[in-house]
Design a binder for this molecule. Structure first.
Ligand code: GLY
Ligand code: MN
Ligand code: MN
Length: 431
């Protein structure tokens, strides 16, 4: 065993308990074709094992603390679907102290969890087949009490330990996240240099994802959003099939997944390389809120405090620009800003783009700590049919998003290689 994450997890577990972490199921795209497999994030974090139909069993008190159930080698199947590590590879390359064919999981399960105090298993985490095997086995064991067999007393979410570990990134993880951020940053810069009126959103999407893949990223970390004009006001716009029009803004929210770690960047820029006055009004407001929130992001500050600050700044700006009328404090209390700023300020980032980790502890917003990575992504979205606002703002959508590592004395922006100052964007595009 040589994975620090696994060793730390074993240390933090209740020592008389057993943990089971299962792979993600394979996903069908249609009929008999599959999506490319993407491992369950917890299993990937703990073991680095990337094959489907695999299960890790972790038992601190037992002689073999780390067991892997994997697909057996199968020359016929490997011709179609690619190489498998097999039993030997699981031991040799992934540090399992013991490995078995996954087909033997159900029959071995009883012995593995017999007399364990708790079973750490994340029920309902997307693998109903394994859920079922475990539930059935526990029921079977219950009926064997007279023979000295006892199922675990409780099923505990391993996330209570694992997700708190994942929330605080190690130096190795930070290096991977920096690489994911650099790849996405390069893609956004190229998009700025390339976009011009008459192109289609999907051409920019293709360029971005070409750069991701060319750089060794496995895939986009989420469906890329490339929305021009009013499409920028649709938060989850992913069709990306409209034409870029002279005078429109283009909002791109795209990030790469590199060796399991996500980046998540949004930039908004004018298709014709120069912002209009009205676009600048909205853009400058979002940018000033974003920069301010990033400056605030340091150990001890809570996620809710950051969010509240963004709401204050954006609501004040909305009043100043005539998007809202009235007293700022009252507008905030009545959540009127939500008409134009309806999502959160940001989220944890890591192996999952919306990463794990508790946002609240006993109802209190989580305070930032060194090693956390968050996004800071305020936005203002004004649909084309909004009533009673200055007409020049209709159909404008702006979001600016960066990935921010919290450090001992403040933070480091992982994604600052993409310009966001409007003059810098215009200069880059004009070249
Ligand atoms: N692209 C997903 C997000 O920004 O949260
Ligand atoms: Mn995000
Ligand atoms: Mn995003």
């Amino acid at each position: 065993m040589h994975r620090p994450q696994l060793e730390e997890f074993i240390k933090r577990m209740d020592q008389d308990s057993v943990a089971i972490i299962a792979s993600a199921p394979e996903a069908t795209r249609s009929n008999d074709t599959q999506y490319r497999f993407r491992q369950n994030s917890d299993l990937y974090y703990l073991t680095g094992f990337e094959e489907p139909e695999s299960i890790a069993v972790i038992a601190p008190k037992q002689e073999k603390k780390f067991t892997l159930f994997v697909r057996s080698r199968d020359p016929e199947k490997e011709i179609w679907d690619g190489r498998r590590a097999g039993i030997e590879g699981a031991v040799r390359d992934f540090g399992a102290e013991e490995a078995f064919p996954v087909s033997e999981f159900s029959e071995k399960l009883g012995d593995l969890i017999n007399n364990a105090r708790n079973l750490y298993y994340r029920v309902g985490d997307g693998n109903p087949r394994v859920d079922n095997i475990i539930i059935k086995e526990i029921a079977r064991m219950r009926s064997l009490g007279r023979k000295g067999i006892a199922p675990p007393q409780a099923i505990v979410d391993p996330g209570t330990i694992l997700h708190e570990m994942r929330l605080i990134k190690s130096d190795d993880e930070i290096a991977l996240m920096q690489r994911a951020a650099d790849i996405a940053a390069e893609a956004h810069v190229e998009a700025m240099k390339t976009a011009r009126p008459g192109m289609k959103e999907y051409e920019i999407e293709a360029l971005i994802e070409y750069i991701f893949r060319r750089s060794g990223a496995a895939a986009p970390a989420y469906s890329s959003i490339v929305g021009s004009g009013v499409n920028a006001t649709i938060l989850h716009y992913i069709n990306n099939d409209a034409e870029l029009k002279d005078g429109d803004l283009l909002l791109i929210d795209a990030g790469a997944e590199y060796r399991g770690y996500a980046s998540d960047i949004t930039r908004t820029f004018p298709v014709n390389a120069s912002f209009t006055r009205a676009q600048r009004d909205i853009y400058d407001l979002v940018l000033s809120a974003q920069l301010d929130c990033i400056r605030m992001a340091r150990p001890g500050v809570s996620m809710d405090e950051l969010k509240a600050h963004s709401i204050e700044m954006l609501t004040e700006g909305m009043v100043r620009l005539g998007l809202l009328q009235g007293d700022t404090a009252k507008l905030i209390e009545e959540e009127k800003y939500k008409q134009f700023y309806m999502h959160g300020l940001g989220h944890f980032l890591g192996i999952d783009v919306h990463d794990v980790g508790r946002y609240y502890n006993e109802g209190e917003s989580r305070r930032l700590e060194p090693g956390m990575v968050i996004t800071v992504e305020p936005g203002v979205y004004i649909t084309a049919d909004t009533k009673e606002i200055p007409e020049k703002y209709l159909g404008i959508g702006v979001r600016i998003e960066d990935d921010v590592l919290i450090t001992e004395d403040g933070n480091r922006v992982l994604t600052n290689k993409v310009p966001k100052e409007p003059e810098e964007i215009e200069q880059l595009m004009a070249r």
